[in-house]
Design a protein around this ligand. Sequence first.
Ligand SMILES: [Mg+2]
Length: 297
Amino acid sequence: MPNEFDFIAWIRAQSPATAAVPIPPGDDLAVLKWDPADLLLVGIDQVLDGVHFDSQLHSPRDIGLKAMNRNLSDCAAMACLPAAAVVSVALPKGSGVDYPRELYKGLRTAADPFDCAIVGGDTASWSGKLAMSVTILGRSAGIAPVTRSGARPGDTLYVTGPLGGSLLGRHMRFSPRVTLARELASRARITAMIDLSDGLARDLGHICKESGVGAIVDADRVPIHDDARTLAGRDKIGPLTHALGDGEDYELLLTSPEDLSRCGGIPIGTITADQKIQLRTTTRLAPLTVRGWEHSL
Ligand SMILES: [Mg+2]
């Protein structure tokens, strides 16, 4: 990009030194102060134009917001605190000066509430479409990381909010459940957790596979988002099918032997020893099939 050095200078001006980042961005590597009691959790997630967003439809601020929030949601999934992030951006040639600044502001809008510093990054221009990759560093901060593999028969299955229809807009603007995850994990025994990015049916499949268990989901307990009903009215696919199959809700799916209904958990089913994933309606018990989510915008 023509003004790359100006852009870097501008980012440096937005990034003062802090206790957690004693040397602000500007050197070859970022420098972080790390509590020796903390485990370091690391993840990476990319967003691509035409797959996770559409640059013709979505503002650069919303694109940056989504890129960071997806990573923060992964922190929520493991009940860790986001600590810092590094970002790589491939910009289409001719993006100008304001566009990458808006992307950065979107990233910061998501990260700042968690004091998650953007401590480094890389930008380049090319003949392709916009692509952004965020690497997140999380810290355990007194709570053992919650994995996907600890669900046990008899545990209750919970979600943290209504599901389905996120493609109407929520997939770009959502609140990662970091604080709720930390509250749940500090108050109760959470045996497994995942954030709902691929849809309830698929993500439940991940928990069941990793834990070596099955599950029964009660159809009438699955909270259905108004967006799922709106979409169902258009495409004639039922609202429950949207709630079970649509991706990018970014709520949490978790299991616990305890009653979490007073602290943000909505019970939707039970973990079973039988390794089948089933949906229970008033009339029958049937395999929970994945309608699939194809990353379409
Ligand atoms: Mg995830």
